[in-house]
Design a protein around this ligand. Structure first.
Ligand code: GLN
Length: 312
């Protein structure tokens, strides 16, 4: 192929996408039945610089649900609304080393171990302003829109599917309610959380959202300050230690970029003060992380020396 001399970043992304494409292993998430309707072959990526330049390749405009990639952004919104001291009363910041849906509560305090696993994320949704699930979701939705610099849709059929099959998440919510760490009733918290997970995005949206964190909280595309700089730093820190569930340590060694995955097939990754990346490919490994998304990010990191601890 002819090199894309006008956009070498796009050229680099395109080449890395072709490294990832043959990795056809993994399975679509099926515990939320609606997610099995995704095109298993879809593969896209985007990179957005802190100057707001967008580079995108493959199926970067295909939509999928944000799922757990929403967690760092809602954690950031909770921090912005309530401050670190209050948020930390409700959730820890320690890696759990456990799967995303683990029953993971500290014995003494009743806090979920961190906000990147379901138990902690549901508690974060419960802390967002609003009395009902609809009111809390309206706040969350406005925040996610600000991170993405556009109005995002709610995928109603995924929402209904999550709502119909979300008993494990309800159980986590009730456990935190019993422990006194939930900020609302379990019903309100899960109602907001199921909607939040069902927001439809594409890889470009994720890259813009990630670039907003990389840029210290100001969206480089819209110019809007979405969160304070310290909130962006705390959020990125927790993504570094907890973003890839029980693969977080492995990820830190091999990729070395703060990241967050979701069972819709999306991953965001950040190089602070440089850029945000969004990837999409729906087949997941046994930990619920996108197989090809991992290859894209690992290859980019290795080829271009992106590891955060790389000696420069
Ligand atoms: N909505 C999903 C759940 O709660 C999100 C999980 C994920 O993306 N890892 O199970």
């Amino acid at each position: 192929t002819i090199p894309d001399l006008r956009d070498p970043v796009r050229q680099a992304l395109r080449s890395v996408l072709e490294v990832a494409r043959p990795h056809a292993d993994g399975e679509l998430a099926s515990y939320i039945p609606e997610l099995t309707h995704a095109d298993p072959e879809a593969l896209g990526a985007a990179l957005v610089s802190i100057r707001g330049t967008v580079h995108e390749v493959g199926d970067s405009e295909s939509t999928f649900t944000i799922q757990s990639v929403s967690k760092p952004f809602v954690f950031a919104l909770a921090l912005e609304q309530s401050g670190l001291t209050e948020v930390i009363r409700h959730v820890g910041v320690e890696p759990s080393g456990e799967p995303f849906n683990a029953i993971s509560l500290e014995a003494a305090s009743g806090r979920p171990l961190n906000p990147m696993i379901n138990a902690g994320a549901i508690v974060m949704s419960s802390l967002i302003a609003g009395d009902t699930a609809e009111e809390k979701f309206a706040e969350i939705h406005a925040g996610l829109n600000a991170f993405a610099a556009r109005e995002l849709d709610l995928d109603e059929s995924v929402f209904e599917s999550e709502h119909a099959t979300g008993d494990r998440n309800r159980a986590l919510a009730y456990l935190t309610q019993a422990a006194g760490t939930l900020g609302s009733t379990a019903e309100v918290a899960t109602g907001a959380y199921f909607r939040q997970c069902s927001v439809a995005v594409n890889a470009r949206d994720l890259a813009i959202m990630a670039a907003t964190l990389a840029n210290g909280g100001t969206n480089p595309v819209s110019g809007e300050r979405v969160i304070r700089e310290d909130v962006a730093r705390w959020t990125t820190a927790v993504m570094t230690s907890c973003g890839m569930y029980d693969a977080s340590g492995d990820w830190l060694v091999h990729v070395g970029l703060p990241a967050k995955s979701g069972v819709g097939g999306g991953i965001v990754a950040i190089q602070p003060e440089q850029f945000g990346i969004g990837t999409f490919s729906p087949r997941l490994d046994e930990r619920g992380n996108s197989v090809r998304g991992i290859v894209v990010l690992r290859t980019l990191s290795e080829r271009y020396g992106l590891h955060m601890l790389q000696h420069r």
